[in-house]
Write a protein that binds this ligand. Structure first.
Ligand code: GLU
Length: 262
């Protein structure tokens, strides 16, 4: 099973479309189904109507899929599995405030180091947790061993526990963070191959760590597609697909162009 997992938080750009096209091509080649998963768990960033717009664009490009699901419909699984991780002491309640975390982030910027959680709430006793009357997030413990994986395009990767870190899986309102929802859904949807943009490469060890903590042993293969650069600026080209269509470019020409860059 393959999936295309857009976030309804903005216009679909050519990078997103290329990911959709490659997923479609590979699903045909492997003779496996393709599912569209709308990643709508970050409620504040969602833009109404963007999910429909994405599906209309897929339709325009004749990208066929088996079904569409909204990630927010799986909330009960995300929460149940977080509870399992807490019961097994693989995750814990974190009461650290945003201002404390911001301070830690500022300190790490000053020291020129990447931000890592200081682990304070991992040391709290059950009694302290029970007696603390404050909102909390749920954090997964960092792994005990290195997380290794192979990207089919980019080769082998090896992340130390320190790099994966102890990170938030449920927000204070108990909705799942991106990495957590994505890792759980790829597991429950029985995904075999993930094709997505390079920006998500550093998310992969976190997602593997989540599934390993949940006891899932099946390997998911990964392909992270290089960024499409704008030749004039040298930066990520985020041209909107809708804009290109409005400018008069034919879907078949856009698709041909994107596929030839792969
Ligand atoms: N929702 C993510 C995005 O739009 C995709 C993440 C993924 O494919 O795992 O960038």
């Amino acid at each position: 099973m393959l999936r295309f997992a857009p976030s309804p938080t903005g216009d679909m750009n050519i990078g997103n479309l290329r990911v959709a096209i490659f997923n479609y091509i590979m699903s045909k080649q492997l003779n496996e189904d393709l599912i569209i998963r709308i990643e709508d768990t970050d409620v504040e960033k969602n833009i109404e109507g963007k999910d429909k717009e994405i599906l209309e664009i897929l339709n325009l490009f004749s990208i066929e899929y088996k079904s569409v699901m909204h990630q927010s419909d799986s909330l009960k699984y995300h929460q149940k599995m977080a509870l399992q991780l807490m019961t097994q002491k693989k995750a814990y309640a974190c009461f650290c405030s945003d201002s404390k975390l911001d301070e830690l982030k500022e300190e790490s910027i000053k020291d020129g180091k990447p931000f890592k959680y200081d682990g304070f709430c991992e040391t709290l006793s059950d009694e302290t947790v029970l007696n603390t009357n404050a909102p909390f997030t749920v954090r997964i413990k960092k792994p005990e061993h290195n997380i290794k994986f192979t990207d089919l395009l980019k080769g082998d990767f090896d992340y130390a526990p320190f790099d994966v870190d102890s990170f938030i899986i449920l927000r204070q309102d108990k909705t799942p963070t991106y990495n957590y929802a994505c890792a759980v859904d790829d597991m429950i949807m029985d995904i075999s191959l993930v094709i997505r943009e390079e920006a998500h490469l550093s998310d992969t060890p976190k997602q593997i760590h989540i599934r390993e903590s949940l006891g899932y042993t099946k390997e998911i293969k990964y392909v992270h597609l290089p960024i499409i650069l704008n030749p004039l600026t040298g930066e990520n080209d985020t041209s909107s697909v809708k804009w290109l269509i409005d400018e008069g470019f034919l879907p078949s020409a856009i698709a041909n162009y994107l596929v030839l860059m792969g």
